[in-house]
Every structure is written in structure tokens, then in C-alpha cells.
Design a protein around this ligand. Structure first.
Ligand SMILES: CC(C)(COP(=O)(O)OP(=O)(O)OC[C@H]1O[C@@H](n2cnc3c(N)ncnc32)[C@H](O)[C@@H]1OP(=O)(O)O)[C@@H](O)C(=O)NCCC(=O)NCCS
Length: 239
């Protein structure tokens, strides 16, 4: 499913269970040595997905160890992202000469637990979550918003080595196109054509009881940066 929301140049692999043949490299096994079984399984299957994708790029099955902030240390000249939730694991990778940042996230398509929306959203975002909840009640917009923010963080964090709080990006959505923009509300150290990066764009898919979100920024993309975040319409929906 995830390949449906990723651009060409990105190779992905997914799994709806934890295949018995999945094996961790001994150095990876050390990372989750003291973890509970469910954590070991998601970690291992995420890496199995990643290795399958890396093999498509012609890369060997080397260990994928976590870096200081938790993101996998990808081989030189590769960017990527891993996600897992109950019943789903996926990885997406690309050559950095084609794609500069990847962030993917999967969540169960269900309402967020009580009180979480308020802690992960801005007032403008809660507005569109509530309005779309009335006009399109088949979608759990609160869960989608949460997942979009997780995908933003996964793209941002390895590229910048900087924190990004839930209040540091404002998400707008185009529900008809199932696309979104994340307007970065903090200064970015990343440049596009000599200008700071102001926003990230991506797509989502809701299918099979899952919410899948993906950002894959083309390397050298001519982003229309410099536009203020207020470019969104009254619903917070991108215009
Ligand atoms: C890192 C984070 C996004 C992962 O969320 P999660 O619900 O555990 O997401 P998933 O289970 O789908 O993915 C976990 C995978 O993300 C990857 N990951 C972990 N930290 C990461 C980071 N800093 N950057 C990129 N990827 C990261 C890892 O591959 C991890 O799997 P693994 O440990 O098995 O390798 C979350 O724990 C977090 O810190 N969120 C707060 C920051 C945030 O979301 N800010 C919002 C900005 S708008």
C-alpha cells in the first residue's frame, strides 16, 4: 500500500505480520536485547523491510543500527524511514541524489485517545479536524493529523539533527487530493536554492484499517519557499 503514496525514486517494502524467517544481525539484536518480544518483532521486521528495499537499490544486507536520536543510520548516499504499528511494518529508502528527506508513518485508523489531540495540535489544526469530522465523518482526522506530524518529524530529524515539537509545524490538508503541507514554524537549517526550507509536502492513504502518511522531498526540488504559513484557507485546508 505504501508505494501508492511515494514518488518514483523511492523503494518501499511492507509487511502485515512478522515472518518467521526474519533474522536480526547480531549487532542489531544487541539493541533490542532487553526489549519485550513485541518490540523485538517490530524492530526486526522493520529492518527486514528496509533490507529488502536496500537490496533493490543494490546495497548489501549490512546492520542498520539506530543513531543518537533513534533514526536508523542508513548507508552513505541513502535516505530512508521505517514505521510500524499493530499489524503493519514498512520501510522506504532512496538514493539521496534523487530524494533528500523521507518520513513515513503508519497508525491504526481509529480515534486518538481522549485528550491527546489537544497536546499534539495547534488551535488552527483542531479547527479543521473538527470541521472535517462533521463534513467527512468516515475519517479519523485527529489520528491522521497525529500521523502526519510523526511523518514530518521522521523526515526532519535525520536531515537537521534538531528537535521539532508538535507546535513547531502547522499542518494543512487537501482532503480531496489526500495531500498535505507542513508549514515549519521554526527556522530551518536546510536550504532550497539558497533559501530556508519553509514547508514539507506529502500524501496520505487510508486503507485496510490503517492510516499511512509519507513525505519524500525530491533532491533539488524548487520548493516555493518564502511563503508565509498563512497561505492556507479558513479550514486550514491548503488553497
Ligand atoms: C520518533 C517518533 C516520531 C516515532 O514515533 P512512533 O509512533 O514510534 O513511530 P513508528 O513506530 O511508526 O516508527 C518508529 C521508527 O521511527 C524511526 N525513528 C525513531 N526516531 C527517529 C528520528 N528521530 N527520526 C527519524 N526516524 C526515527 C525508527 O526507525 C523507529 O523504528 P525502530 O526503532 O524499530 O527502528 C516519536 O517517537 C517521537 O519522538 N515523536 C515526537 C516528535 C514529533 O512527532 N514531533 C512532531 C513534529 S510536527
Amino acid at each position: 500500500m505504501i508505494e501508492r503514496i511515494l514518488p518514483s525514486g523511492v523503494v518501499s517494502s511492507e509487511s502485515f505480520g512478522d515472518p518467521a524467517q526474519v533474522r536480526l544481525h547480531p549487532r542489531e539484536a544487541l539493541v533490542v536485547r532487553d526489549a519485550v518480544e513485541s518490540r523485538r518483532r517490530e524492530f526486526a521486521t522493520g529492518r527486514w523491510c528496509a533490507r529488502r528495499s536496500l537490496a533493490e537499490l543494490g546495497l548489501p544486507p549490512d546492520p542498520l543500527l539506530p543513531g543518537p536520536r533513534g533514526a536508523p543510520r542508513w548507508p552513505d548516499s541513502v535516505v530512508g524511514s521505517i514505521t510500524h504499528c499493530v499489524g503493519y511494518r514498512a520501510a522506504a529508502v532512496a538514493r539521496s541524489e534523487r530524494i533528500s528527506m523521507i518520513g513515513i508513518d503508519a497508525e491504526p485508523h481509529s480515534a486518538l485517545p481522549e485528550g491527546i489531540l489537544e497536546t499534539v495540535s495547534l488551535r488552527e489544526e483542531r479547527l479543521w479536524v473538527r470541521q472535517l469530522g462533521r463534513s467527512a465523518p468516515g475519517t479519523h482526522w485527529d489520528r491522521l493529523l497525529f500521523s502526519l506530524k510523526e511523518a514530518v518529524y521522521k523526515a526532519w530529524s535525520p536531515a537537521t539533527a534538531r528537535p521539532l515539537g508538535f507546535e513547531d509545524a502547522r499542518i494543512t490538508v487537501d482532503p480531496a487530493a489526500a495531500t498535505f503541507e507542513a508549514h515549519l514554524l521554526v527556522p530551518s537549517p536546510l536550504l532550497r536554492h539558497g533559501r530556508p526550507l519553509h514547508r514539507l509536502r506529502g500524501r496520505w492513504l487510508i486503507s485496510g484499517g490503517l492510516v499511512l502518511c509519507a513525505i519524500a522531498e525530491p533532491a533539488g526540488a524548487d520548493l516555493p519557499s518564502g511563503q508565509p504559513p498563512s497561505a492556507a484557507g479558513p479550514l486550514g485546508i491548503a488553497t
